[in-house]
Write a protein that binds this ligand. Structure first.
Ligand SMILES: [Zn+2]
Length: 243
């Protein structure tokens, strides 16, 4: 498998950055994981939109799905011109309902709702999901291709389900939106230290941190992660990672 980081900023992009979006490929199969602002532009530096086999969004927060709103128009044009022969497969949680409704535009998406029991087989890749702890329904995603696996945390506060779900994965892509100094009493994201703890507890073989707040010094974020997982790496936009 190959994972390309299209955008890793959150909850808004810094100068020249993009929010959450990851292209996962195996053979001819190409799936987009999350579709925050800036992602569709970055994706087309690598593949045409018609080459996508499907899109999975972990939750309906704007920094993970807002480019779907402009992708609607592209798909509408492509369908009408015969550049696509079917609506784009989209997996997403069903709430907030008003956000989901904005995606039910001219049936350009073939929408499949994600629940804990959902499994998806798209080309050469298999997907399963685990509910996380975040203000809207949010699912971590495990992608399997052959005997390799990628686990993506989506957005979440600390919870043991993510440790189980990530167990033994070849690549753990984990959100790291906070530092301990800003944790507060009721965080809706992981701190750098916490995501390091989860990666260690899950015995992740390779560990990339993502969902980086543009206001932090990324070197300081990485130092906090490395206090728990010394080989942690910052994800780099437009870098591809072979798994
Ligand atoms: Zn979120």
């Amino acid at each position: 498998m190959k994972l390309t980081v299209l955008g890793n900023n959150g909850p808004y992009p810094g100068p020249g950055g993009a929010c959450s979006g990851y292209l996962v490929e195996k053979g001819n199969t190409k799936i987009l994981l999350d579709c925050g602002n800036g992602v569709i532009s970055r994706l087309q530096r690598i593949i045409g939109l018609e080459a996508l086999d499907g899109i999975i969004v972990t939750h309906l927060h704007s920094d993970h799905m807002s480019d779907l709103l402009v992708l609607r128009y592209a798909l509408d044009i492509m369908l009408s011109k015969g550049m696509l022969d079917a609506p784009m497969k989209l997996y997403a949680p069903g709430n907030p309902a008003e956000v989901l409704k904005s995606l039910q535009y001219k049936n350009v998406f073939d929408i499949n709702l994600i629940s804990e029991d959902t499994t998806a087989s798209l080309g050469e890749l298999e997907f399963c999901f685990k509910p996380m702890v975040h203000p809207v329904p949010t699912y971590a995603v495990r992608v399997s291709g052959g005997d390799k696996s990628i686990v993506y945390s989506a957005d979440t506060s600390y919870n043991s389900r993510l440790v189980e779900f990530g167990s033994g994965c070849d690549l753990f892509l984990c959100e790291c939106a906070l530092m301990e100094k800003d944790r507060g009493d009721n965080p809706v994201h992981l701190t750098a230290f916490e995501c390091g703890e989860i990666a260690v507890a899950a015995s992740a073989k390779r560990f990339l941190v993502t969902h980086l707040w543009p206001g932090y010094d990324s070197g300081e974020v990485l130092s906090e992660v490395k206090a728990r997982y010394p080989d942690a790496e910052l994800s780099v936009e437009m870098n591809a990672y072979n798994v």
